[in-house]
Design a binder for this molecule. Sequence first.
Ligand code: SF4
Ligand code: ZN
Length: 737
Amino acid sequence: MSKLVAFAAIQGGYKVVSTAEGQFRNAMESFNADSKIEFPNTGYYLPVIYSLTGMKVEKLEDLAKPLAFARGLLPPHVKGKNHLPYLGPLLDAGMAAIFGYEILEALRILRQPDFYMPGEEPDLENGKLWLGPADDVILRKRGVEFVDGSAPGFAAIVGACPDPETAKMIVEDYQKKNLYIFCAANHNGTSVVEQLVEAGVQVGWNTRIVPFGPDISSAVFALGFANRAAMAFGGVQPGDYKKILHYNKDRVFAFVNAFGDIGTEWGTAAAGCVNWGFPTLADTDIPEILPTGICTYEHVVANVSHEEICQRSVEVRGLKVQVTEIDIPCSFGPAFEGERVRGADLYCQMGGGKTQAVELVKKAEMSEIEDGKVTVVGKDVGDLKEGETLPLGIYVQVAGREMQTDFEPILERQIHHLINYIQGVMHIGQRDIAWIRVGKAGVEKGFTIKDIGVVLHAKFHQDFGKILDKVQVTLYTDKKDVDELTARARGEYKTRDERVENMTDEDVEIYYSCTLCQSFAPNHVCSVSPERTGLCGAYNWMDCKASFEINPTGPNQPIEKGECIDPVMGQWKGVNDFVFKASRGAVTHYNFYSMVVDPMTTCGCCEAIAAMLPSCNGVMTVNRDYTGETPCGMKFTTLAGVMGGGASSPGFVGHSKFNVTQKKFITGDGGLLRMVWMPKSLKEELKDRLIKRGEELGVPGLYDMIADETVGITEEEILPFLQEKGHPALTMDSIIK
Ligand code: SF4
Ligand code: ZN
């Protein structure tokens, strides 16, 4: 913060308090000392003074006390040799000025009782534009909106824009965000609200554009309104200034836009507003007050262009954008989540082995992306004939001051159920094995790929507004772009997976639950430990931990693992108790490290399913992307259909691809050395890690001993291969317990 702004604000404080003192003396000469002082039809005396100090001003002579108080707040003048920080004295000077302004307005009403137009609407025909302080009827009607959230707060606008069109553009932007627009003060002989009237905009409380008054002092009505609301609806006691100011900072999203030259009088008002946590954004080159502390973020930001000021104000104040409407042609909601798009209803599809489909959420810088921008690069549904397919890359960029890279997987995992919420559209899988099926009914309603972006933008704001401020979605349907995004996404997935690489289950006392999939598989509870990632592959222990931080009542709850019942099979009392409750009694216990004995439950999202192969004394696993036959006699889809309902099915278990090479993978059944068959593509995908694990387990050639579909797709076909290679599973204890 610069010395200059401190100087201006402190000078301003002196000026305002002195002016108020002068006018008070004059009034005491021309009016009786017991003349009534009030804002008409209000029950809170002079509300800023009353709320912050408890002083009740009822008569003219009562003004002496708050005036003396304001004088006492004024800090010593800034001298050349003083050093930073100036924030404390600056805030006091600003507060003194706010008291001064409220007294000046009270004296004006004493002298000119009809200066302000009573009620909600101006009377433009009779030249009565200014409404002055809101009466209690308006407060009751409107103030409650600040409390119930239907109005997040207000933009206090002082001064005038270069022209009426600019004023209209800015104010309409604020209206769209459901904010009230409180207008005060003029600049070059006009004001924003006069410019709005000129541009044909309706002003008044009904359109949320409130013309308070022509002078900067009338800006105090905005603060008085906020403080009255805090007393009336927030239960804050008069005089409890700390609570009042905190209440406003935390609950009322308000800020000041200053249009025009900011002299000492505006400067001190801006400093005053900082006490409430309301920052000022100006269109001129004034000295900034950037360090944060009192306001949520910066205090005074200068030189903001008119195009940007709305978005910047909202960012600086930390206001969360409310997207209430999801503008797509199809119905939308959890009711449609479980709806399937079967063969006969299918119009077109993306992914699912027919084409590549991939999903990636990445954090971006605030300046890098544009909120709400949704772009489809390539063909859309309208360009397709029935039965055709498209590749699809869903690339979501999110930015926010609270956003962390750790949150990316959590947001990404939402894509699954959010797309499923669209009526007539079905989503399966995640990451680079996503699959979207669009039904004829969806296409008839007008569904396009763009709607996916509209949904993700709106729902991310609604559900994760706490951590993000901007969401931009790009949907690629050209093969080249999708392949590029897939390659990049795989790199990201790898980094995410490896975040738990060096952690062990013994390292932690807390595991996490995941019940995100209960809408499809009602009894299903994933328990996620460092060495057992979620079976969808999208959630590991770190992700669940981050998800719990964002949403403490959400689907990822910490589980105190408690007493260890079986260290080999991986069973803990705390987990059993949790699972029993979370499955509503359907599942009493399960093992983390066994697929043979009481394995964990499986839902339809699993990346891969392992199955026992008794004749080979081993196990196989098959991933979703492999569509062929397997030695257990079932294709992936059949297995998923049988196992995916949320039950524990001994002999089978759903797991993530990464889990295959995690150290605890089915250790209760002999571990990775049991693995006798995998699809070639999965083997190749995991190659480096499989080789490394084989070496660690003392079987360096394990990778080459695992059969794939080129060797055979029945137990009989692969057994000779295993014997020839000397696969370790053949000499292990019997897998049948
Ligand atoms: Fe959560 Fe498990 Fe579903 Fe993944 S599969 S989202 S970890 S419940
Ligand atoms: Zn699932």
